[in-house]
Design a protein around this ligand. Structure first.
Ligand code: SF4
Length: 93
């Protein structure tokens, strides 16, 4: 397994744990899920932090802290839209 894929596997495990703890489920579309996990892993590799794959890292540390996954927006988004902006976490039912 490449280093990227190992990191991605760990990311997947983390998202599973978080989803379970928070009462969410992961995107049931495996391809879409894979895409977001890939994005999260790339952000971690590039910036050293699990920044949201579908938001822009500004370089302002205080601002960017808001978009470390799970971002400060996800709860409201899941509640309102049924999933977070990246469609990683979904409402459980
Ligand atoms: S939108 Fe979803 S994937 Fe992106 S940081 Fe927030 S919780 Fe994570």
């Amino acid at each position: 397994m490449t280093e990227h894929n190992e990191l991605k596997e760990k990311m997947y495990e983390w998202t599973q744990k978080y989803a379970e703890k928070a009462g969410y489920r992961l995107n049931p579309d495996k391809e879409a899920l894979d895409y977001v996990l890939d994005g999260l892993t790339l952000k971690l590799e590039k910036f050293g932090k699990r920044y949201c794959p579908c938001r822009i890292v500004t370089g302002d540390e205080k601002e960017d802290r808001k978009i470390v996954c799970p971002c400060i927006y996800h709860k409201e988004e899941v509640e309102r839209d049924g999933s977070c902006h990246c469609e990683l976490f979904f409402k459980a039912n």
